[in-house]
Design a protein around this ligand. Structure first.
Ligand code: PAF
Length: 337
């Protein structure tokens, strides 16, 4: 009889000359990783699939900085509220696998890239959540990770379940994959701050690397959920980044005068721009200037400490069959040397 590890290693579905190794069970992924723990550094890119250029850029960085790369695709139920889009979240496995295989072809042809994608991990919900994972939090059973009070701020105000779900699944993935470095996009700045705190407080031997936000040519931050926007909302969506940039410019102008910077003046510049149109309505959930450690709202910014400008808007449906779409984005105002 085949061992559980061997029977759960399958090759990718599309035709290719260099198929990706796909691991669908925890035992099989561990049997890949375990013998390499002390010999090969592993960069890990956890994703929920529907891969876009932002994900590919994280994987390219991981391949440059490590001997090998693992990618996971797992649409994590624990980070969706019962009212959210778990059932319709974009699932594009065939395209994702083809993209990862083309990345490996690119890495083989590029002498500056050390690693290649050696493992695609596609765990099942049943194995990741052995007690099941109902979306109502009070019906959930088992072990969960919370990072307080960071998880209750900003995104946590309208999505109180979200970071508990993210921290829990990432903790599970780190325990299974045992990477040296894990790669996340700056677009989800609060997620990366929370995961850094989790890694520190729970003593995970993993480094968190945060890479620049992937952007469309008009500045819109890349997101798997942008496919929900439709033409009319997509045309308006870049205003979020434009508003953050306007606030950033105002911050730099005021900081150049010396001393601390008034947060209200910085935020006002962005908010002037962030005006919903009559035919494409949206609601500003937050437009924030907070410190980089605790995400506390600031009255004044000390340029020596830096800060994070971040925002979320909720765009209402404008056409038949659409649901609301949330857009988030941020700019880090780096601490001065
Ligand atoms: O950023 C994401 O795609 C998800 O939150 C993550 C980190 C893969 C956890 O499900």
């Amino acid at each position: 009889m085949a061992s559980p590890a061997a029977s759960s290693v399958i090759t990718a579905l599309p035709e290719t000359t260099d198929p990706l190794k796909i691991y669908t069970t925890i035992a099989s992924l561990r049997s890949y990783r375990h013998p390499l723990l002390s010999t090969k550094s592993l960069g890990f890119v956890p994703t929920m699939g529907a891969l876009h250029a932002g994900h590919l850029s994280l994987i390219r960085t991981a391949a440059k900085e490590n001997d090998s790369v693992a990618v996971s695709i797992f649409v994590n139920p624990a980070q969706f509220a019962p009212t959210e889009d778990l059932a319709v979240y974009p699932r594009t496995l065939h395209t994702d696998v083809a993209l990862l295989e083309s990345l490996n072809a690119e890495f083989s042809a590029d002498s500056t890239t050390r690693g290649r994608i050696e493992a695609l991990f596609l765990p099942s919900v049943a194995e990741m959540y052995p007690h099941g994972i109902p979306l109502e939090e009070n019906a959930q059973r088992g072990a969960f990770v919370t990072v307080q009070p960071l998880a209750a701020k900003l995104e946590g105000i309208t999505r109180p379940h979200f970071f508990r779900g993210v921290a829990t699944v990432v903790a599970k993935l780190f325990n299974i994959v045992q990477p040296d470095i894990a790669y996340f996009g700056q677009k989800d700045v609060q997620q990366s701050i929370i995961l850094k705190r989790m890694v520190k407080d729970l003593h995970f031997p993993v480094q968190i690397r945060v890479c620049p936000t992937g952007r469309e040519v008009d500045g819109l931050a890349m997101s798997s959920r942008n496919v929900y926007l439709g033409e009319r909302r997509r045309a308006i969506a870049p205003v979020l980044y434009q508003a953050l940039r306007a606030s950033e410019d105002e911050y730099r102008r005021l900081a150049a005068q010396g001393g601390t910077v008034d947060a209200k003046a910085v935020l006002a510049k962005g908010l002037e721009l962030l005006q919903p149109g009559k035919d494409v309505p949206f609601e500003i959930e937050y437009f924030s200037l907070a410190d980089l450690q605790e995400l506390e709202e600031l009255g004044t910014v000390d340029p020596k400490k830096g800060a994070v400008l971040s925002a979320a808007v909720r765009m209402s449906p404008v056409e038949e069959g659409q649901g609301p779409v949330r857009l988030i984005d941020n700019i880090i105002l780096e601490a001065e040397e």
